[in-house]
Ligand binder design. Structure first.
Ligand SMILES: [Zn+2]
Length: 308
């Protein structure tokens, strides 16, 4: 006898600027088949959709799932996206993809419901489904990679702002009078603690990239340590703001930087929150994301597996 959720089946898509991942995922979050293909956004949206549909056919065959068994298709895509209309509107990292409807062609081809969300929201849903956020409510996830992204899951549902828009937690200002940010302010979390920001600060003092800055900092290099300390302080101040805004039961930290340096960030955040007086301690636990690069894929499938 199988557990009922093993017989729930969905397809998850994680669409980024350089590659697109697709997977066949069951109701326990287990991936049965997967593949990755280059995005090649500049070669046109219609061509990408056609390649995606072929990839979905291939992984269904690989999983041995008839298309009719699939409950739906969930998509996480690098934003901005319009979840209500199913439109990708991201000329920044997906060249030429302005107002592109990805939901209709996939729904027509596969005959199942299709849902689109921002990739940060999909990743947070994935962590809540079978990762570090499971069993906690609310959950806020911050992802430290090339940029800093964030998402909040409240009562199992993606938190949305006006017009269904996505909160941009990477643009919490943490250090006035510091590097200008493309959002219009300066000293944002993203402009101090992203891989791009750490790498740029490092290059000024002779380091090749963010990885080199972290490595030198861990061996006591003062210039590198100053850059890392500034990133840690930025993360800690942003965490303070997030905790006083959402009071998450769990704060999940993900992204490439956390794969190696979660210990530094979690300690800085715990130290910063220790003197907080406006909520009971310990209300917030900090945990490293558990699903790695699969969080978006699994969370996208979770969108299609759920009933709402
Ligand atoms: Zn900003």
């Amino acid at each position: 006898m199988h557990h009922p959720s093993q017989t729930l089946r969905a397809l998850g898509l994680d669409l980024g600027g350089t590659k697109m991942a697709v997977a066949a995922v069951d109701g326990t979050g287990t991936i049965h088949a997967r593949t990755t293909l280059p995005t090649e956004a500049e070669r046109g949206f219609d061509r990408a959709v056609s390649r995606l549909a072929n990839a979905l056919d291939a992984i269904l065959a690989q999983a041995g799932w008839p298309a009719g068994d699939v409950r739906g298709i969930g998509i996480g895509c690098a934003g901005p996206v319009d979840p209500a209309c199913g439109l990708i509107d991201n000329p920044y990292t997906l060249t030429g993809w302005n107002g592109c409807d990805i939901v209709t062609p996939l729904r027509q081809r596969f005959g199942v419901p299709v849902r689109l969300e921002n990739d940060a929201d999909a990743a947070a849903l994935g962590e809540c489904f079978v990762g570090a956020g499971r069993g906690f409510d609310p959950v806020v996830m911050l992802t430290f990679g090339t940029g800093v992204g964030g998402a909040a899951i409240v009562h199992g549902v993606i938190y949305r702002g006006a017009n269904g828009e996505h909160p941009e937690l990477g643009h919490i200002p943490v250090l006035p009078e510091s590097p200008p940010c493309y959002c219009g302010r300066s000293g944002c979390l993203e402009s101090l603690a992203s891989g791009t920001a750490i790498g740029a600060a490092g290059q000024i003092v002779g380091f090749a990239d963010a990885r080199a800055v972290f490595a030198a900092s861990r061996t006591g290099d003062p210039a590198a340590a100053a850059i890392v300390d500034r990133a840690l302080a930025a993360a800690a101040t942003a965490a303070w703001t997030i905790c006083h805004t959402f009071l998450p039961q769990r704060l999940v930290l993900g992204g490439g930087i956390m794969d190696e340096h979660f210990d530094l960030f979690a300690a800085a955040i715990d130290r910063a929150l220790a003197p907080a007086t406006q909520f009971t301690r310990p209300a917030v636990s900090v945990a490293r994301a558990a699903l790695g690069n699969d969080a978006g894929l699994v969370g996208a499938a979770a969108l299609a597996l759920r009933n709402d």
